[in-house]
Design a protein around this ligand. Structure first.
Ligand code: AMP
Ligand code: MN
Ligand code: MN
Ligand code: MN
Length: 284
């Protein structure tokens, strides 16, 4: 079995809310020393063929990828799927349904922003949208930065796009069970994305991990652009305690916005079982 050290199994292209094409990402990943790559667009597998072909052209290993939006105990949780069949009808239909409410939500976000004096945010966000089914908060954030309302996207999220703020619209995504079942049903492995980002109590986090496992989830991101060094250790231990394999991914979105570059995070701690060993026979 080939051993991969520099695996980056989480990033976004123009097919969701990234700013680079799958080909540009593959070139950048390879230039940064990535040996095994996965493109994980939000709720969408439309970029998978291009990503796989681009990875092959660069001589990198590839795993199919997706990041599914889930609602769990009132919060949005992201579940990454890796190594699945991107043409599996159950997965494709489930993702289509998950994308379904985004346009309506975006129009409501725009109404909320209009109430605090920011007019035309929906129309303003549209030119940033690469996939008409996937308008996201990130596209609104880019518009508000470009139009001078905020200095960067983090400020937009802090002031306008997070819970309780004028452009925030609560949304019901897929269930945890559905997301895990779609991924596993398509032959892939489900992974809890950036667990430290959620604001769960210890009991709620325990419920997330145990229910995730009960539904067939197998992995957790340990090294991600969303975690601090202390959190790497916390979730390395959680992986062992819950019997999950570990994953690593930058969550890169854009050269201008992302603070974490493709393929440059610390490697997984030695001795942790990895998601790519579990998926060795799905690597393309
Ligand atoms: P959505 O799926 O439309 O709710 O948008 C979620 C996306 O917004 C995430 O995948 C991130 O790319 C981005 N995002 C969420 N929170 C922040 C933040 N605090 N700063 C910058 N981007 C964020
Ligand atoms: Mn995103
Ligand atoms: Mn995420
Ligand atoms: Mn992501």
């Amino acid at each position: 079995m080939k051993t991969y050290r520099n695996a980056d199994l989480h990033c976004h292209s123009v097919v969701s809310d990234g700013t680079l094409t799958p080909e540009q990402l593959a070139t950048r990943a390879h230039a940064n020393g990535v040996e095994l790559w996965a493109l994980t667009d939000h709720d969408e597998v439309g970029g998978q063929q291009r990503a796989q072909a681009a990875a092959r052209a660069q001589g990198m290993g590839y795993l199919t990828g997706v990041e599914i939006s889930v609602t769990f105990i009132g919060q949005t949780v992201h579940i990454v799927g890796l190594g699945f069949d991107a043409n599996n009808p159950g997965l494709v239909q489930g993702l289509h349904a998950t994308r379904g409410g985004r346009k309506q939500r975006a129009m409501e976000m725009s109404e909320g922003l209009a109430k605090v004096g920011i007019q035309g945010a929906y129309e303003g966000a549209l030119p940033y949208v690469g996939n008409p089914e996937l308008i996201s908060r990130t596209h609104f954030a880019r518009f508000l930065v470009e139009s001078g309302v905020c200095k960067d996207t983090s400020e937009v999220f802090r002031k306008y796009l997070t819970e309780g703020k004028p452009g925030y619209v609560p949304h019901r995504w897929a269930t945890l069970k559905d997301a895990v079942t779609w991924i596993a049903g398509a032959g892939g492995v489900a992974v809890i994305a950036h667990p430290a980002r959620y604001k769960f109590t210890p009991n709620e986090e325990y419920a997330l991990f145990t229910e995730f496992k009960a539904h067939g989830g197998r992995g957790v991101e340990v090294i991600t652009g969303s975690h601090s060094e202390a959190e790497y250790a916390v979730y390395a231990q959680a992986a062992q305690e819950y019997g999950l394999v570990a994953s690593r991914g930058s969550d890169f979105h854009s050269p201008d916005e992302s603070h974490t570059e493709l393929g440059t995070l610390p490697l997984l701690p030695a001795g942790l079982p990895t998601v790519w060993d579990l998926l060795a026979d799905r690597i393309q």
